[in-house]
Write a protein that binds this ligand. Structure first.
Ligand code: ARG
Length: 585
């Protein structure tokens, strides 16, 4: 609201621009000593037929003569602006405690189907799917907060030629191992399937007949062969059990979990429709939809052996999500290596006459690298997410033991901090860049990390807990209520909140609703994560600069309101990112 307030004041002396245009033009000066914002006069030079420095001077003079609340100084072609902090403070405090501050309304209840996580069965839940899971969850939280109805869908990869290979490998080597005593259940079951898959690819290099065997098994699977179905079912159940364990630890929930196989009996209708609309063409024995006019390679619909493809299943899936799940928007949180795939699928939908294809959005993201390694499932170079989580939690436990040996629920806090470090370490990066993840770095309590934000939040809560033991709680409560009423403030309260350190915190708090809007507009949870870091830093500077529990009740109440708002917003931002905020660390 502060920026808006400044723009409104300015607009009374710049009648030729709208308040919105002025607000958009305001810049944050590189040095805070120049003021809160700078208004560049350059764009007005043409219409006013004057040099920018002259215009800047005129604006500054007009403000000084007739407008309160904003002090101005012309410097070159800019008008540097400084808020009258004391004048705006009561309105600001009221705005910060209004419910809309944490929930600015943007949507009108539209349903947004979010495809997120979507791991493949018989494969370990890798760190790659972690990104889709945590970015997807954060976006779903933002959608819900801003007035949409998100539907979180886990589109399990349980269909495709690789399952033919998986069955072939199991028949060749796995069955015997299971018969002679069996691989263990649970986590080791997936490692077992992975080892068979790796062996398949190793041996297929020497013996090409294996590939044909894999293809045959997939054909059998698509044709409903009982043995193929039984083995496939076993892979599905064993895998879902492991995924479930991971989701529980990450605190991730889904509204629907639907495997790709669900769409098997919906694909023929799609293929018929493509044929009827004259979109299907033969190409080297396969059936494709040409997308030359879109500048894209053809989209493969049926292989020469008649089996379907990933794209075929995604067409059926999108139609289901729109027609039967009532999705107004279809959002796909999937790695950027699949960008072409989604362009093709959305283009085919458009050619089929589905105008809602314009409301299909692929939200891509870059790779997650551990110590610079790129991982390949085929060669067995995977990092099991569960191992990463276990290591993070163990390290967090050590740090907590050292920092706060008296803490009561250390295990619970270590789980929250260890997992928070991983999730924040992912989400603080713009989603498109590759992430070089280092656990050491992600767990640094003094770095730009989840634990740093969590620790700052716990610090603020600790201050509030101490304040709750106040000698005169009624007087303190009355003083706080007065601060949020929007009426005039006692001088000692005003003085406490307009210091540079306090004002910096209030200024960051003021931006929260705008940051939430920007994060969703750009599908970028990192906006929220970076904001949380900025708020934590501003709060820590205030915390170190000021004594909070001072004798004067109005000053104490004012500082506590600031601490409480900061704690609430830090907790809220972490919550949107899917990260817990323990009261004590
Ligand atoms: N299971 C796929 C993979 O791991 C991701 C699926 C994404 N969603 C979709 N509708 N295609 O690559």
């Amino acid at each position: 609201m502060l920026k808006r307030y400044a723009a409104e004041r300015l607009s009374s002396v710049i009648p030729d621009l709208s308040v919105e245009a002025i607000e958009a033009a305001l810049e944050v000066p590189p040095n805070p000593a120049f003021g809160d914002w700078a208004f560049p006069a350059f764009p007005l030079a043409k219409t006013r037929r004057k040099a920018p420095p002259i215009i800047a001077r005129e604006i500054a003079e007009a403000l000084a003569a007739g407008v309160s609340g904003l002090r101005a100084e012309a410097v070159g072609g800019f008008v540097n602006l400084r808020l009258d902090r004391a004048a705006i403070l009561p309105d600001l405090l009221r705005a910060l405690s209004a419910p809309e501050h944490k929930a600015p309304k943007v949507g009108a209840g539209e349903r947004v189907i979010i495809d997120m996580s979507s791991p493949n069965i018989a494969k370990p839940f890798g760190v790659g799917h972690l990104r889709s899971t945590v970015i997807g969850r954060a976006l779903a939280n933002l959608y819900a907060r801003l007035g949409y109805t998100p539907v979180r869908v886990n589109h399990i990869g349980d269909w495709g030629t690789q399952f033919g290979k998986q069955i072939a490998a199991y028949k060749r080597w796995g069955e015997a191992i299971d018969r002679d005593g069996g691989a263990e259940a649970g986590k080791d079951r997936i490692r077992f399937y992975l080892s068979l898959y790796v062996r398949f690819h190793e041996e297929a290099e020497r013996d090409p007949s294996l590939e044909a065997e894999g293809r045959r098994w997939f054909q059998k699977l698509e044709a409903g062969d009982p043995e193929a179905r039984r083995l496939w079912q076993m892979f599905v159940e064993d895998s879902l059990r492991e995924f479930e364990r991971m989701y529980r630890r990450l605190g991730v929930e889904f509204d629907r979990v639907i495997g790709e196989s669900f769409y098997n009996d919906r694909m023929p209708a799609v293929i018929d429709e493509l044929r009827e609309k004259g979109l299907l063409e033969e190409s080297e024995g396969a059936m494709v939809v040409r997308l030359d006019d879109e500048g894209l390679p053809p989209c493969l619909i049926l292989k020469s052996d008649g089996t379907t493809l990933y794209a075929t299943r995604d067409l059926a899936t999108a139609i289901y999500r729109h027609d039967e799940m009532g999705g107004d928007w279809l959002v796909y949180v999937v790695g950027q290596e699949q960008t072409l795939h989604f362009k093709q699928v959305f283009s085919v939908l458009k050619k089929m006459g589905r105008t809602w294809a314009d409301r299909c959005v692929h939200v891509p993201f870059g790779l997650l690298r551990f110590a610079g390694k790129k991982l390949s499932t085929r060669k067995g170079h995977v990092i099991f997410l569960e191992d990463v989580i276990d290591e993070a939690v163990a390290k967090a436990r050590e740090i907590i033991e050292e920092k706060n040996p008296a803490l009561e629920n250390k295990d619970e806090v270590a789980e929250a901090v260890g997992i928070g470090a991983i999730v924040f370490g992912d989400l603080k990066n713009g989603r498109l860049g590759d992430v070089n993840f280092s656990l050491e770095e992600a767990l640094n309590f003094d770095g730009e990390t989840g634990p740093y934000v969590q620790y700052t939040h716990a610090r603020a809560r600790t201050v509030l807990a101490r304040a709750a033991e106040d000698a005169d709680p009624a007087a303190l409560a009355a003083a706080k209520a007065r601060l949020e009423s929007g009426g005039p403030l006692p001088p000692s309260a005003t003085a406490a909140l307009i210091t540079d350190a306090a004002w910096a915190v209030l200024g960051v708090l003021d931006r929260y609703p705008a940051e939430l809007r920007a994060a969703l507009e750009r599908y970028e949870p990192s906006v929220v994560a970076r904001y949380a870091l900025e708020l934590a830093k501003a709060f820590n500077r205030f915390y170190h600069a000021e004594r909070i529990l001072v004798p004067d009740v109005d000053e104490r109440a004012a500082k506590l309101v600031l601490v409480e708002r900061a704690a609430d917003v830090l907790q809220d931002a972490l919550g949107l990112l899917g990260i817990a905020a323990p009261e004590r660390i």
